[in-house]
Design a protein around this ligand. Sequence first.
Ligand code: SF4
Length: 353
Amino acid sequence: METKNLKVDLLCLGAKVSGVEKGRKAGAGPAAGGMCIFGNTVANVPTQSWFVVQSPYHIEAENGRYIIRRNGERIADVRFPAARFQELMTKDGIPYPKIALLHGKNCLATTTIQTCVYWNTPKRCKFCAIELSLRSGATIAKKKPEQLAEVALAAKELDRVTHVTLTTGTTSTPDKGINHLAETASAIKEATGLPIHAQFEPPKELSMIDLLYDSVDTVGIHMESFDRTVLKEVAPCKAEIPLQQYVEAWKRSVNIFGESQVSSYVIAGMGERDESIIEGGKMLAELGVYPFIVPLRPIPGSDMENEKPPGPDRMRHLYEAVAEILHDTGVSWRKCKAGCVRCRACSALSDFE
Ligand code: SF4
């Protein structure tokens, strides 16, 4: 089975696991999964959602190694990335995994502010689980720049981490969390020199994005869905932001950080049509923005926990169509210096490029 096809299957169907740690339960982004390396790729595979029991895939230990089986048949060997830094504690006594985690093969990732202004309101994104990991005690509400610098240095030295992803819950302030991202990125950059990616909601005042210029290499401004009806239903806070505000933020960011250094998550499987994703992907790519297309990840405890991800065949069709567009525009994951696009565990688009 081709690696890219296996990756799509695993992203959409998940895998049952035995004798293996199942990964983080909640948080921002595609949580409730485990990082698996196989072939020449890496995948963030759902292991805890309800649909996983129906998956034909099973990851298990065999003679000190790990393998993936499909309906009992051995398909591939799989490895799990090492994260020795996650066994340490900060100088102020906080276990490193509460500060940041290893994502994909070699990306250190964290949510700098683990609260979101929309969380206790009807406007929150239904696919998100940002405050669930806070409630469970798996993380802390706000990570200090010096704590993250310490963890990043250890991750670089012990586990050869090569880039960093910083995300944030949206704050009630006009900077939407960008100020704290900038302070944090500066501290990490000074300590490690690693390339850094920062994700945030588009601010009204676009010049706020410029604050990241000195310390950040790539940014993510996530539209999630180009279907405005779907967006209104699943992410009312985002639907209130005019599309033009996103477009202006993407354009300004491409001017600052360069082509393929700006990305937008696009989630498939929330009720939109294929055209919405393909045309949205085209619009992004023509702006120099990487459309980071992922299948919906129904995280246990989130408002969408009972939903089902889209089928693998649909995802393959979307990836093939958008990969062709990327080819025509020159936008590529290979050019991206840091973040989800470089990590590529949550999307198989790079595997179709
Ligand atoms: S693609 Fe992004 S969210 Fe997914 S594992 Fe990698 S860094 Fe984390």
